[in-house]
Design a protein around this ligand. Structure first.
Ligand SMILES: *Cc1c(COP(=O)(O)O)cnc(C)c1O
Length: 470
């Protein structure tokens, strides 16, 4: 494995090879606004990009969740929806696709990823147990905490350093995990919560070597290992690019091998699987599956639809197969790298290496004159919208929320603003416009004054909090 990878692998990708393996059949017009209109819209939204109306946005890089463009085959599949309450044909298609491409034995559909997180957290965590993971994710940790678990971050230190070029910043630090087990005992560990391409670290991958080592560690201590498979397809691409022995293996093969080292997974199909809604929980253990199949009825719906329409399950089944095609993944991540190269050329500070689904601007280095209490990443998201109508998302102190014990802000090392690229939605020209807007905001960085909170919801505050300029 190379110690370091180049900031981008544009050369390796080959400028000719990542062009989209599809053409456009239908278009959706976008709103071109004036600065005055955007100022009004942002003030009404309390300077929180989550509270803007979609119609007020020009290029929407808020999230890659549920914002995918579906293919003609997926839309055709929607017509084949079997909307029976029980035993829909589309459920069996979804189940077969998960079994074939992710390799797990049993599948429970859920309305989206957090539905599956809720089920696994309720079933696999006893109050007071620890849940070690490779950096937290907002909804994942919240469900673990609601089930009485105590989340412990065991990701390697490089993940917290936006300038480290380590190729697998998503890896678990086995020393940290070992120390936790030594301190509390294996029976106090609910399970290891492993996520592919770690979102909060900037979309950084986990190596195959790391998941293999984790498997042996977990076997030794009789601890279960569950995977957040939400962006595992994109993680597989990084393994193909960077890890010894995988250059000649397909994305599908790598995905299947990676999942084989884990005991089960939860999934937000709204990301990798190229659909607008859906998720699932997959388990190898039959007893745990029986319990999950029982619990899903209470919160999501019968175990053959889990809160989804038959047509949605069909779209996911087709989307899974499209998502693991090498040409698709290469062009998807190629587009993220393209934007990274433009920003790199403009000397804008962002997290390296470029992640799979987004560019994470480093708001601390953007606004060194703002303290973290002035919400630099939230400020950057607001400034970017004002400049150009581009919508991004805060991933810093607001997203980190408050410590449930002390009630104080959590102060994460990373204070980031995420430019998330929806799959198969925007063109290279859109990426050019985004890069120009980021440069303009960077050039005006000294004028930024920061924000103050005026309203704070109790749970997942980043979604609905309101701010005012300082
Ligand atoms: C989006 C996401 C989830 C939650 O899934 P939803 O479909 O939004 O409920 C869980 N984990 C990760 C890594 C995610 O990105």
């Amino acid at each position: 494995m190379p110690e370091h990878v180049p900031v981008t692998t544009g050369q390796q990708l080959g400028r000719r090879s990542w062009a989209e393996p599809w053409k456009i059949k239908m278009v959706e017009p976008l709103w071109m606004s004036t600065r005055e209109e955007r100022e009004r819209a942002l003030a009404e939204a309390g300077y929180n990009t989550f509270l803007l109306r979609s119609e007020e946005v020009y290029i929407d890089l808020l999230t890659d969740s549920g914002t995918n463009a579906m293919s003609d085959r997926q839309w055709a599949g929607m017509i084949l929806g079997d909307e029976a309450y029980a035993g829909s044909r589309n459920f069996y298609r979804l189940e077969a696709a998960v079994q074939r491409y992710y390799g797990y034995a049993h599948v429970v559909p859920t309305h989206q990823g957090r539905g599956a997180e809720h089920l696994i957290s309720q079933l696999a965590i006893k109050p007071g147990q620890f849940v070690p993971g490779n950096m937290y994710f907002t909804t994942t940790r919240l469900h673990q905490e609601r089930a009485g678990g105590v989340f412990v971050d065991v990701i390697r230190d490089e993940a917290h350093d936006p300038e480290s070029l380590y190729p697998f910043k998503g890896d678990v630090d086995l020393g940290k995990l070992e120390a936790l087990v030594a301190e509390h005992g294996a029976e106090q560990i609910a399970y290891v919560s492993l996520a592919g391409t770690v979102n909060m670290a900037g979309g950084q991958p986990v190596s195959m070597a790391n998941v293999k080592a984790l498997r042996s560690f977990c076997d030794e201590h009789a601890i279960r290992l569950f995977l957040d498979a939400t962006r595992m397809v994109e993680n597989a691409w990084f393994i193909q690019e960077r890890e010894d022995g995988y250059a000649g293996r397909s994305i599908a093969e790598i995905l299947l091998e990676f999942c084989s080292y884990t005991d089960g997974a939860w999934m937000s199909a709204k990301k990798d699987s190229l659909v607008n809604i859906g998720g699932w929980l997959a388990l190898n253990d039959s007893d745990l599956f029986e319990e999950a199949r029982n619990l899903v009825v209470v919160f999501e719906g019968l175990h053959t639809y889990g809160g989804l329409a038959g047509r949605d399950m069909e779209a996911i089944a087709i989307g899974i197969e499209e998502s693991v095609q090498d040409a698709h993944v290469r062009s998807r991540i190629g587009q993220v790298y393209y934007l990274g190269e433009l920003l790199e050329a403009a000397d804008v500070p962002f997290v390296r290496p470029v992640g799979g689904h987004a560019i994470f601007l480093d708001a601390r280095r953007f606004y060194p004159h703002l303290s973290q209490d002035a919400f630099p990443a939230q400020t950057l998201a607001a400034e970017l919208y004002l400049d150009s109508g581009i919508r991004s998302m805060e991933r810093g102190i607001v997203s980190a929320g408050r410590d449930p014990k002390t009630g104080d802000h959590r102060y994460p090392k990373l204070e980031l603003t995420r430019l998330t690229i929806p799959r198969r939605v925007y063109t290279q020209a859109h990426m050019d416009v985004v890069a120009e807007a980021v440069q303009a905001v960077y050039a005006a960085r000294e004028n930024a004054r920061g924000l103050k909170l005026t309203y704070e919801p109790r749970l997942l505050r980043f979604f609905q909090a309101r701010f005012e300029p300082l």
